[in-house]
Design a protein around this ligand. Structure first.
Ligand code: CAA
Length: 260
């Protein structure tokens, strides 16, 4: 697939994905959602040497200002449902991606933009970042997981308030509430996201993939996260990486993980 709305760069095993529709504050139109789906579903899985992915928005004003409202004008109920289903599928690809995905939130993260940031595993935000689910202003609800994931990060009471009032919160408030991992100056956002991924890349990659799976399992109704942890612990203890990690500790050296 040729990417029209995503800019992709790769350095030191990290792919940076920039949502690139600055004139629309990087709003997620249909095409952009298809590109994200293809990227996380087809292009990136199994990519040799991939340590992690950074997701950000073009420019200094906006991460993603939501779904593209200009595409909403003729939407009927059936199309709306299909759109949400596709959005869920796409964001699950991100949430369940086996390598860390870090959102570098460089401005507005509203509606589908807040939902995209929440589907990533970690969030860094610049001081000008603003988070919110303003869908009720339009007479709709969040359709890309916002009613479910916001609760996971900030709890039912505060999530209910933000979802009902459409209020925006700034980066500091988002940090205080646990929605954002760290607030960092805008010009350091990508570098800090890359540092975070490099830090994780030094750990056992199979264990990292299992952690992502298990943290997600807590929020799944079709799985017992504790039972999954027992199985995954057994799996990781059976890996060469675990033997290397334990040996390296005893020998007082850095482990060399091979992802086996
Ligand atoms: N869709 C399409 N275009 C958008 C957009 C969006 N979500 N957000 C901004 N734009 C466009 C504006 O229409 C404008 O384009 P024009 O110059 O062609 O008019 C351009 O981006 C710049 O925007 P503003 O002039 O509005 O910039 P501002 O600084 O005055 O305001 C803002 C910034 C507060 C983010 C404001 O643009 C805004 O409120 N945007 C909409 C946010 C929103 O409601 N998002 C939720 C969408 S619904 C959704 O996401 C559903 C879901 O869960 C899947």
């Amino acid at each position: 697939m040729t990417y029209e709305n995503l800019l992709l760069t790769e350095a030191d095993g990290i792919v940076t994905v920039t949502i690139n529709r600055p004139k629309a504050l990087n709003a997620l139109n249909r095409r952009t959602m298809q590109e994200l789906n293809h990227l996380f579903g087809t292009d990136l899985p199994g990519r040799e040497g991939l340590k992690g992915v950074i997701v950000t928005g073009a420019g200094e004003k906006s991460f993603v200002a939501g779904a593209d409202i200009k595409e909403f004008l003729d939407l009927d109920a059936a199309q709306g449902e299909a759109m949400a289903r596709y959005g869920h599928e796409t964001f699950f690809l991100i949430e369940r991606f086996a390598r860390p995905v870090v959102a570098a939130v460089n401005g507005f993260a509203l509606g589908g933009g807040c939902e995209l940031a929440m589907a990533c595993h970690l969030r860094l935000a610049s001081p000008n970042a603003r988070f919110g689910q303003p869908e009720v202003n339009l007479g709709i609800i969040p359709g890309y997981g916002g009613t479910q994931r916001l609760i996971q990060y900030i709890g039912k009471g505060k999530a209910m308030e933000l979802l009902l009032t459409a209020d925006m919160i700034d980066a500091e408030e988002a940090h205080r509430l646990g929605l954002v991992n760290h607030v960092v100056p805008q010009d350091q956002l990508l570098a800090r996201a890359a540092e975070l991924i490099q830090k994780i890349a030094a750990k056992g990659p199979l264990a990292v993939a299992k952690i992502i799976e298990l943290v997600n399992a807590f929020y799944r109704h079709d799985l017992d996260g504790f039972a999954e942890e027992v199985k995954a612990f057994g799996y990781t203890t059976g890996t060469e990486d675990f033997r290397e990690g334990a040996r390296a500790f005893v020998e007082k050296r850095k482990p060399e993980f091979k992802g086996k």
